[in-house]
Design a protein around this ligand. Structure first.
Ligand code: T4K
Length: 404
């Protein structure tokens, strides 16, 4: 059993000498990756709709059940292109509880992100709150499948239809998630996945826009490549948001190992669930396994009681080399350029506000051994059982540092 004396804060050895990151990449079959990269080099086709990009797009389309996928340099550029190709104007209603890229991608297109609250169970955009945030300037509702938990897509769909808005989804975290028995990917007009290094499957950097709208797919296809529709023909505004062959090769190898990555995450999640069951004042978010079988994030929520605060716990875990994260604090509505724009915050965000100060995201994925997870849980149980001693020790160390 772990006692206070064992903890790094009290002079013990850190839990791990190698820092444990949230988002340490899952890496598939290296030999296969090297073969694919060699092949691309031999072929001398490195980017711009190469064979690996095309194969990657087909694989993702099959996996998420859509007609077309357009690979992009990131999910952020995918979201930007989507807003441009849909010719969105004015305001886009979205949750404030998301990574800032969701808002920035819209703002970069000259749109105003308008933040609505999230549902307390799923932490995804609340249709009721979104309804009250919609104005006559709203052109779209943008749901986020936060931490892989699907939005209330039917509720948002009804809202978007009633108010004549486009409905799109930021599915950055949600590869392999399911909604109503089908894979996330085909809801709304389009969904955007991230293949950033930190995601379940990665392409180093990368994104995918998934859609059943072939006209939209053609527009996205051109827009990611400077607006070219043919060798010498420009059909409209475009940027460079193409995915390279090396990225697509990594994406393919990663998709080959996706079931393994998801298995590891499920096992990790179970270790956290059992290990944190005895931790005072902490609840592990445990989304329905049917909808979020890949368990891409491990999210612990503090109950806001007299025990340690989230930030205290985070600080002490860092002394153990466990680099937990405060995703997505402080919330999009509290950061520039949105925090001083009254148009962005027309409705109260009570659930968002409460959650932002209470959640802690813990390391998972193939780089996090279950033995380390068991130790993390023991450390957290020990810390949360002795909040007063932990606080006193932190204060005395801070005082000693200040006096030096
Ligand atoms: N929508 C949502 C809801 C998102 O969460 C994101 C991105 C997007 C849209 C946009 O997707 P992309 O345009 O990126 O495709 C990270 C990621 O950069 C970002 O992709 C991700 N969400 C977000 C949740 O996390 P940061 O600012 O935390 O920093 P980063 O990437 O430097 O490192 C994240 C952690 O992973 C650190 O603890 C270090 C570790 N790490 C990172 C990298 C890159 C590694 O261990 N190895 C690595 O190679 O944003």
């Amino acid at each position: 059993m772990t006692t206070l004396r064992d903890l790094a804060l009290f002079g013990g050895d850190p839990l791990t000498t190698v820092p444990l990151h949230v988002g340490a990449p899952n890496i598939g079959d290296r030999e296969r990756l090297h073969e694919l990269i060699d092949d691309a080099l031999d072929r001398r086709w490195l980017t711009n709709d190469g064979p690996y990009v095309q194969a990657f797009e087909r694989r993702v389309a099959e996996l998420v059940g859509v007609e077309r996928c357009i690979a992009t340099s990131s999910a952020t550029t995918g979201l930007m292109l989507l807003a441009a190709c849909l010719d969105l104007r004015g305001e886009v209603v979205m949750p404030a509880l998301t990574f800032v890229a969701t808002a920035h991608a819209m703002r970069w297109q000259g749109l105003t992100p308008v933040f609505a609250d999230v549902d307390a169970d799923t932490l995804t955009l609340s249709p009721a709150s979104a309804a009250s945030a919609i104005s006559d300037q709203t052109s779209a509702v943008l749901g986020v499948h936060l931490w892989g938990t699907p939005c209330d897509v039917d509720g948002l769909d009804r809202l978007a239809q009633d108010r004549s808005c486009a409905l799109l989804f930021d599915a950055a975290h949600a590869l392999g998630s399911h909604v109503g028995g089908r894979p996330v990917g085909s809801c709304g007009v389009a969904e955007v996945f991230s293949f950033h290094a930190t995601k379940l499957c990665n392409a180093f950097e990368g994104g995918v826009v998934a859609t059943n709208d072939l006209g939209l797919a053609a527009a996205l296809d051109g827009a990611r490549n400077f607006g070219f529709s043919d060798e010498d023909q420009i059909s409209g505004l475009g940027i460079n948001a193409k995915m390279s062959e090396v990225s697509a090769a990594m994406g393919l190898v990663s998709l080959d190992a996706m079931d393994h990555f998801a298995d590891v995450n499920r096992t990790n999640h179970e270790h956290y669930r059992l290990g944190l069951a005895g931790a005072a004042g902490i609840v592990l978010r445990d989304p329905d396994i049917g909808s979020t079988p890949t368990r891409p994030y491990v999210v612990a929520e503090l109950d806001g009681g007299p025990g340690l605060t989230r930030d205290e716990l985070l600080t002490v875990l860092r002394t153990e080399n466990v680099l937990a994260r405060r995703y997505f604090s402080p919330g999009c509505h509290r950061v520039p350029p949105y925090r001083r724009d009254p148009r962005s915050s027309p409705v109260p965000l009570p659930v968002t506000e409460a959650v932002l100060d209470r959640v802690l995201v813990l390391p998972t994925g193939t780089a996090t051994p279950t033995s380390a997870i068991d130790r993390i849980c023991e450390v957290i149980c020990c810390l949360t059982a002795h909040p007063d001693q932990v606080r006193a020790r932190m204060a005395s160390l801070a005082g000693a540092t200040a006096r030096r």
